[in-house]
Design a protein around this ligand. Structure first.
Ligand SMILES: [Zn+2]
Length: 195
């Protein structure tokens, strides 16, 4: 639970799911290697593996969620680059297209909780609406800066920074240590060439 410290647990789960979807479903670099996202027939299974609950995903739902995920990546990139207006425009469009709305839900014996729903409760629209709602709460609070893109070479995986001081720069420990090692080698090489 990366966002648990900062966000309400429902929101934290939605943001964690957004991160997982972006990192599995979008092409780019992953911890130093080129990354090609699953496509076509591999898509539903890849999404099923990411969504909490492990429920089956139809090909149509998978395409819808893949479309949402491309927009969510644009939001993380915009926030990482300080383009908050661009991020807000994408999130607002997602809120409208999914019909995102809050609703009070309760499990038997539990207190009422705020959950987010979409225009319908299908898997694809429900998750898309929930993620759009969680992004409005993150960007509309002082936690928008917590949405980040990995700064390591050949990596553009995204993350939610739940560190106390908000200084995270990398998607993973692996990218952090790879970048540190590269900086160390560069410093050593510079010292040798200077001496
Ligand atoms: Zn990384």
């Amino acid at each position: 639970m990366t966002g648990q410290v900062l966000f309400d647990s429902h929101v934290a789960i939605l943001l964690d799911t957004a991160v997982s979807l972006v990192n599995v479903l979008t092409d780019g670099g992953d911890r130093g290697k080129p990354y090609a996202a699953p496509k076509g027939g591999a898509l539903p299974g890849a999404i099923r593996a990411v969504l909490p609950g492990g429920v089956p995903v139809s090909p149509e739902e998978a395409l819808y969620l893949a479309g949402t995920t491309l927009k969510v990546r644009r939001v993380f990139e915009a926030m990482d680059e300080g383009r908050e207006d661009d991020a807000a425009a994408v999130v607002n469009a997602l809120v409208i297209s999914t019909g995102a709305r809050p609703q009070l839900d309760r499990a038997p014996g539990e207190p009422w909780q705020v959950h987010f729903h979409g225009a319908d409760d299908s898997l694809a629209v429900g998750w898309s609406a929930g993620i759009a709602s969680a992004l409005t709460l993150a960007i509309g609070s002082d936690l928008g800066g917590r949405l980040g893109v990995c700064q390591a070479r050949q990596c553009d995986r995204v993350y939610v920074d739940a560190s106390r001081n908000g200084v995270r720069q990398f998607c993973s420990r692996s990218c952090q240590s790879r970048t540190k090692a590269a900086a160390f080698r560069a410093r050593t090489a510079a010292r040798h060439s200077a001496g």
